[in-house]
Design a protein around this ligand. Structure first.
Ligand code: ACO
Length: 430
């Protein structure tokens, strides 16, 4: 921590307060306001945490102006090209790329925790057949805490580590089971002879009656999408995991809370919303009309997959996904009119002063839905895909939080705007 201070002066009392500056290894410094209320009687007001760092973290760095995303210091472009999802999960959790031995041991351990308890499978049967898979995933992950009592002592580092492995291993199994349940297909058990992503695709699409012909392009594309979605520092769902984690709640409850936060259309639910929006637009000829509607604040309509709280230049993940989208569709021989609509929408919006002035660029979810669709993943499963990948980031943050001796229960303050003190009026007098 530097010795630098920033001095604030209250113009009413002329009293000055020195706030220590906190700096990390990269990025803008912050003012340490932890003692502000004690020293001055003021709170800070920052709805949506636009200017507030809630924690120190060594996992992921984003420079939103320059379009930079680093996992543990490694640029996302290099990881996307050279790594794979399980290696990235190891990196996020452990801070370093694994050696060949560490890599095999990690893969072996994850692989041997992919089965779900048979009673958990029966639990899934309790859902209505048309339940949204995000609802099933959220409920089932939360219920893992009822099955794995040996990982609930959050003060034991080994139990924490094992819980992290279990979550990375079991979330794809539950996700695929939720999908199969919703379409009335028998659940497929995870096959240990396959690697992570291919195993998931088998659990999704293999039928008992014939072997699955899986395109290597599909597995590679999904692995890349998982890498790009694996972490994104203190986004809404990760902050939710940390907030729930700060109370000492068990890891399964924390990750279930993260899944619930991810589901919202302003966050991970955007990939599903993008495809619905492209369907509604229907043809490239209607794009200008849709852009005009998105600019009209009274319409209640926003361009889904556009804009980001942090990226005010471009989302580096969107650049990778855009390129990949063309390649995957070409390799799989898919000719999807949605891609034409998406490209036209991007072209029109990026020339429009409304979007230019507000620095609204396509985000990670703008093209991911088109790729999922080409991989035959149904629309309701898009956010589930995101959740599988983001589980790696959630558990990395949860583990980091529990190693941080400065971690405290999260408890924001408020500016109260309600009625002032008044006397109760009995019902017959109202
Ligand atoms: N379409 C039209 N206008 C938009 C959009 C959009 N997609 N996004 C932001 N704006 C406008 C706002 O109306 C606002 O205009 P104003 O200054 O005239 O009032 C301005 O741009 C700033 O928008 P905010 O909502 O203040 O920006 P914020 O940082 O709070 O929100 C968010 C970011 C939620 C991502 C927003 O851009 C949005 O709703 N996008 C669509 C949903 C989406 O794609 N979400 C996925 C995000 S990526 C992820 O979570 C994986």
């Amino acid at each position: 921590m530097s010795e630098q201070n920033v001095v604030l002066t209250d113009s009413a009392s002329n009293k000055s307060t020195a706030l220590p500056v906190v700096s990390g290894t990269l990025g803008d410094p912050a003012l340490d306001i932890a003692k502000l209320n004690k020293d001055t009687g003021y709170y800070t007001f920052d709805p949506g945490f636009v200017s507030t760092a809630s924690t120190k973290s060594a996992i992921t760095f984003i420079d939103g102006d320059k379009g930079i995303l680093l996992y543990r210091g490694y640029p996302i472009e290099q990881l996307a090209k050279q790594s794979n999802f399980l290696e990235v999960a190891y990196l996020l959790i452990n801070g370093e790329l694994p050696t060949p031995d560490q890599s095999s041991a990690f893969e072996h351990e994850v692989t041997h925790h992919t089965m779900m308890q048979e009673s958990l499978r029966h639990f899934l049967n309790g859902f209505h057949y048309d339940a949204h898979p995000m609802a099933m995933l959220c409920g089932s992950v939360s219920v893992l805490s009822a099955f794995y009592h040996d990982t609930l002592d959050i003060n034991d580092p080994e139990q924490r580590r094992l819980a992290a492995i279990r979550l990375i291993a079991k979330v794809p199994t539950i996700a695929a089971a939720a999908y199969r349940y919703s379409i009335g297909w028998p659940i497929r058990y995870p096959r240990n002879n396959l690697e992570y992503v291919t195993r998931f695709l088998h659990m999704m699409f293999e039928v008992p009656s014939e072997p699955l012909q899986l395109s290597p392009v599909a597995a590679k594309a999904l692995d890349l999408l998982f890498i790009l979605h694996a972490d994104h520092e203190q986004n809404a769902s990760t902050s939710t995991v940390r907030l729930v984690g700060s109370t000492g709640a068990n890891p399964y409850a924390c990750v279930a809370a993260g899944i619930a936060a991810l589901w919202g259309p302003a966050h991970g639910g955007a990939n599903e919303a993008v495809l619905k929006m492209l369907n509604e637009i229907g043809s490239a000829d209607n794009v200008s009309k849709a852009v005009e509607k998105a600019k009209d604040k009274n319409s209640g309509f926003r361009l889904m997959g556009f804009g980001h709280r942090v990226y005010k230049n471009f989302d580096p993940r969107a650049t990778i996904i855009r390129e990949m989208c063309h390649k995957v569709l070409a390799d799989l021989g898919v000719n999807d009119p949605m891609l034409d609509i998406a490209m036209k929408l991007e072209e029109v919006a990026l020339k429009d002063p409304y979007f230019v002035e507000r620095k609204l660029y396509p985000n990670v979810d703008f093209y991911s839905g088109i790729i999922y669709k080409a991989l035959k993943i149904p629309t309701e499963m898009f956010t589930v895909m995101f959740a599988i990948a983001r589980t790696a980031g959630w558990v990395a943050h949860w583990l980091e939080q529990h190693n941080d001796k400065d971690s405290k229960i999260g408890r924001p303050r408020q500016i109260y705007t309600g009625a002032t003190n008044r006397d109760y009026v009995p019902i017959d007098k109202r």
